[in-house]
Design a protein around this ligand. Sequence first.
Ligand SMILES: O=C(O)[C@H](O)[C@@H](O)[C@H](O)[C@H](O)COP(=O)(O)O
Length: 263
Amino acid sequence: MPRRVEVSVRVSSGAGEVAKATADLFAKAAADAVKTRGVARIAISGGSTPKAVFALLASEPYVGQIPWAQIQLFWVDERCVGPDDPDSNYGMTKKAMLDSVPLPAANVHRMEGEMDPAEAASRYEAEIRNTFKLEGAQTPTFDLILLGMGDDGHTASLFPHTEGLDELARIVIANHVPQKDTWRMTLTWPVITQGREVAFLIEGAAKAEILHTVMQGKYDPETYPSQLIRPASGRLTLMLDTASAAKLELPPVVNGVTTMELS
Ligand SMILES: O=C(O)[C@H](O)[C@@H](O)[C@H](O)[C@H](O)COP(=O)(O)O
């Protein structure tokens, strides 16, 4: 049976408010991790939603506040394309943020989408092991993992009914996605659930139905892989706007925040 999780639901109204709330979450997670452990290891997703967050982080007050030199930045997943390809998650992040923030190049851990997927996944797993100084079968605990959700219920590159959903031991895998006739690289879901703070950033009316299904519908993670993300910490954060939250049955939202339970 899935793990019980307390979900903090932050619902923002108004243009740009979700991006600001998520930038605040990123800045706080980075500051807390650096204060506690001297380093913040953060894994971000691609797609379109986080672009506005990354642009905010590259602007004041965030760019001056965030301890960039102590951040180790990773990706949750990547398309199997080169860094300059319009579909590249890294490329999107570089344009929106990396070119404008003082994050040392050595702290930017790019998935090599231009390589053979299986080889690139193994190389990235080795890079994570090395950066986290992992031993044996240890797996990484990221300080913050920022996820998106597709309208089919996928997250990262864990798509419905794909083999990647069955991988429990590896940290990074290549996952064939027949629905898109393509390969992807992705963190595995056990690694994602091990994050100290795991947050979904979901915006727009088009996601309202799938979000309700994932959060409050029948537990069917093969069909809705986002349901696999039940963090070991027992906590999950949803960064939503009023449109994406519209179909969730929630307790009253007070000062933009409410909670729900995944049992
Ligand atoms: O590589 C990717 O596309 C992402 O990592 C993916 O998991 C994304 O988060 C969702 O598909 C939502 O994407 P949007 O934000 O574009 O809706």
